[in-house]
Design a binder for this molecule. Structure first.
Ligand code: NDP
Length: 341
């Protein structure tokens, strides 16, 4: 019996903020009896929308190839195997894969890393797209390998209530650091402080001018800033940089304030010289050697409750573009997911 798969393709490349007109919802039929040798058919239960997808929609030089037009939008998913022609996978297995913005995905299990089994019993399945998946691993690599903090140091993280930022601060606390978040609005800051256990959180929306933001951040960082885990860029990065100690380390994980094309100049690059700062950009997928270690630590902390996480979940494939747009408007708290069934 054939399956009807609904999926979003990129129809046109956005200029500035994307709109629904940039995507097209299509139906595709899949015959589970006609899988090729090595293929696995997965019913996606959750799909992930992530800020990096905005960059992939552009046609230009970047660290990864652009999303192809008229092809299913890329993205991580978790789900269950419904048909298989690979001996390592059985019907009913729970898996994580790059399943895309669609209800079903066919994965080539002979390609290394294309699909992997996950255990949804100790840890909820959706967490493999959040604290135990790519965002959590990004937090782990950025903190431990790029910033390399020593106990007692202060780390500032922007977009602190989000999928990556929320894990950065909690890992920092577990390593004996002072963790200071920056997030938009009093509710998000209260969550970061009271639910996630950061030492402090600064609401950048309450401090629209640079002077005021630096002042507020200074109160939260009485010993200065040794590490910056940057997710936003622009004035938020400028404020953190203004408070750096000598030999501070800046991990450039993301610059979401620039993803829609707005220019975000750096206010004081001279500080890199005068304070002998290290600035390192990194892409999580290029640090595969650390993934297993990172994931083991994250899984243990999530299972024991030492790392807490929040999800914002929209329902149904039709909700995917809007869930994605919400990332750029700060509508999500924690990991933004789409639940498909
Ligand atoms: P989040 O869950 O943090 O969601 C995005 C958040 O960013 C929003 O909720 C909003 O929070 C904030 N934001 C959006 N636009 C702006 C803006 N213009 N100014 C200030 N804040 C803004 O997303 P992720 O945790 O998935 O990703 C966080 C960052 O990490 C992104 O920059 C992403 O690209 C990057 N990343 C990088 C990876 C890498 O390999 N280098 C891998 C994964 C993610 P608020 O309401 O607080 O403003």
């Amino acid at each position: 019996m054939t399956i009807v798969n609904r999926r979003y393709v990129l129809a046109t490349r956005p200029e500035g903020a994307p709109t629904v007109a940039n995507f097209r919802l299509e139906e595709q039929t899949i015959d589970p009896d006609r899988l090729a040798e090595g293929q696995v058919l997965v019913r996606n239960r959750f799909l992930s929308v992530d800020p990096y997808m905005r960059g992939r929609m552009n046609d230009g030089r970047s660290y990864a190839a652009p999303q192809a037009l008229d092809q299913v939008m890329i993205g991580g998913t978790v789900g269950e195997v419904v048909a298989t022609r690979h001996p390592r996978f059985a019907v009913g297995d729970q898996v994580a894969l790059m399943g895309g913005w669609q209800e079903y995905a066919v994965a080539d299990a002979t390609t290394r890393g294309a699909i992997r089994p996950v255990d949804g019993s100790a840890i909820p399945l959706s967490a493999y797209l959040g604290p135990v998946g790519m965002p959590g691993i990004t937090a782990w690599i950025g903190l431990t390998r790029m910033i390399e903090p020593k106990a007692g140091e202060t780390v500032v993280v922007s977009a602190a209530s989000g999928a990556v930022g929320s894990v950065v601060g909690q890992l920092a606390k577990l390593r004996g650091l002072r963790a200071v978040g920056i997030a938009g609005g009093p509710a998000k800051c209260a969550h970061v402080r009271d639910e996630l256990g950061f030492d402090a959180c600064v609401d950048y929306k309450a401090h629209p001018d640079q002077r005021s933001l630096v002042h507020a951040l200074k109160a939260a960082c009485p010993y200065g800033v040794d590490g910056i885990f940057e997710n936003v860029g622009g004035t938020i990065l400028d404020a953190s940089m203004a408070l750096t100690n000598d030999f501070g380390r800046i991990a450039i994980c993301g610059m979401i304030a620039a993803y829609q094309g707005d220019p975000i100049p750096m206010a004081a690059p001279l500080l890199i010289l005068t304070r002998r700062l290290t600035v390192r950009g990194f892409i999580v997928s290029e640090h595969q050697t650390h993934w297993a270690t990172a994931q083991a630590e994250l899984a243990a902390h999530v299972a024991s409750g030492k790392i807490r996480y929040h999800e914002t979940v929209s329902a149904g494939i039709e909700s995917t573009p809007d869930a994605f747009f919400g990332l750029f408007e700060g509508r999500n708290l924690g990991k933004q997911l789409v639940r498909l069934y």
